[in-house]
Design a protein. Structure first.
Length: 197
């Protein structure tokens, strides 16, 4: 698995999966085209994440929250434009995204990183995250779609901060991952039904 090569060691790991009634090729293509804000949950949670900034910069924060509140599509390319980097891809099978930052802060301080430098030693006080989508042939005309997130903290103090953050945010992050999987599944299955009709 490509994710194992990109981030073999980690302090936190979360994985989710679903079965899709569509070909692996269709499912993989849908990873790139699906609207990840499928249920509106992603948008809501990102808005809530920004609310603590109201104390430090109320006007700027309120403007950003209102802008995020409008319904818009969120595709993989939007995720890549928001501070993540495509670290590797095995077309048709798996892709891995990554970033470095201080995720526990209100803004996250995401720092896009070059794929070739992602494996280097992290700056103290930061954590690196790698996240994949993988497609596997299933049985009975189904495809297994999985996503896994791994986080490696640069030092002990960072690990303590991140674990406290993850204790609160982890369940919501899981909901977002499930929303993304549902979006990909529904996009792939709709395309398969359209093609079959």
């Amino acid at each position: 698995m490509l994710l194992d090569e990109v981030l073999p060691e980690f302090h936190v790991r979360a994985s989710y999966g679903t079965q899709v009634v569509a070909s692996p090729e269709r499912v993989y293509a849908s990873v790139w085209t699906a609207d990840f804000d499928h249920w509106g949950l992603m948008r809501t949670l990102f808005m809530l994440r920004g609310l603590p900034g109201l104390l430090a910069a109320p006007r700027e924060t309120w403007r950003r929250v209102r802008a995020q509140g409008g319904r818009r599509r969120v595709r993989l390319e939007d995720v890549l434009a928001s501070g993540f980097t495509l670290l590797g891809e095995q077309p048709g099978e798996e892709l891995v995204l990554g970033t470095v930052g201080r995720f526990w802060l209100a803004r996250g301080e995401l720092r896009p990183v070059r794929p070739e430098s992602f494996r280097e030693v992290s700056v103290p006080g930061t954590a690196k995250a790698a996240w994949n989508f993988a497609v596997h042939p299933g049985t009975g005309g189904r495809t297994v779609l999985t996503t896994e997130t791994r986080v490696l903290c640069a030092d002990h103090a960072t690990r303590r901060r991140f674990r406290a953050y993850w204790a609160v945010i982890g369940p919501f992050s899981g909901l977002i991952r499930r929303e993304m999987l549902a979006a990909i599944r529904d996009t792939a299955e709709a395309a398969s039904h359209t093609r079959a009709a």
